[in-house]
Design a protein around this ligand. Sequence first.
Ligand code: FEO
Length: 399
Amino acid sequence: MAANKITDKVYSVGVQNPDLRVFDIVMATRYGTSYNSYIVKGEEIALIEASHADFGGFYEANIREVTDPAKIKYIILNHTEPDHSGALADLIRLCPDATVLATAVALNYLKNIVNAPFKSRPVKDGEVLDLGGVTLNFTVSPLLHWPDSMFTYCPEEKVLFSCDVFGSHYSSEKVLDKDVENVEGYREAFKGYYDAIFGPFKPFVVAGMAKIAKYPFEIVCPSHGPVLTKDGQLPYVLEKYREWSKTVKNAVKKIPVFYCSAYGCTAKLAEAIAEGVNEVIPDADCKTYNIIENDMAAMRAEINACDACAIGSPTLNSDAVPPVWDLLAGVDAINSRKKPVAVFGSYGWSGEAVPNLIARVSGLKMAVVGEGLKVCFVPTADDLNAAKEYGRQLASAIK
Ligand code: FEO
């Protein structure tokens, strides 16, 4: 690992983690990642982002290649997730004169991340910091992808420090995009990163890109993955962010019915609910999905793209079955609020699956239709009529 010069006044001092295969517990990182950090040198010196706590030795060595840490006047955090703030506690000791600059929300989070006193000052949207010969402009951009987030722009060098935005989990000692050898792999990592981190925040991506449109940046220094340049991947990255962040409305109402079924009883309810949906909205895209016979990633994409849905589970061990919980673990909680959901299931003894699922989807702020539908053992003709009526109620909730 080593420091790299990006422009006359901007240096990359972050660390590589090429062996990482899972980020944040759930995100596959086939190409590893990097925890980028940058130094901007004017008459005064600023450090942007603080890297991951686990790589302190490498990080300190990289910083020392560029400057004595004691000379750093400002530590700027565009976002405080611990992959960018984990090393802050050590930095505060290394840089005794530094003041931490971040949004007010970010500083509030940092109190509980650092758990020690440090010098800090909140920055406001539009504020400019003069380092002497070089300036930094702050643009607050909430929910990209935390409430604390902001961009930092250096007009003299035409460099935008974007933190997670435009980032990728792609590790390479060659920090510039033009030196990336596996462009296809980089683009795969870039897409996976966008989907996982920014997919739930598309309206905020659009708003953030509108805010930075006034800056004629030619280089983007993200906090993961290669530095992006106007002759390298930057045009591709900007085009893809615009394309992927467009809100797409379903051409016809999409109302999938997801279920698991041990002996076909919950499956019968699923089919009856779908019939009821199609009675109210004949052209609805209302497919039934036995969860264990389908790809979970595809099911998660389906539930996040739908207008409304139904979810059914038998009761096993006083609960809904694991594949149903697995599906719900992939629900985009930001964009599923108020989405109508019908909950149903057949049971034998006690029937906890339906109330437990109702509690979960209510926690996701989805709009539960009615009180759920529970049927003991094999559905009768009356039970199937009730299921059909439940499907009609579900469709009526979005008609
Ligand atoms: Fe790379 Fe949201 O942290």
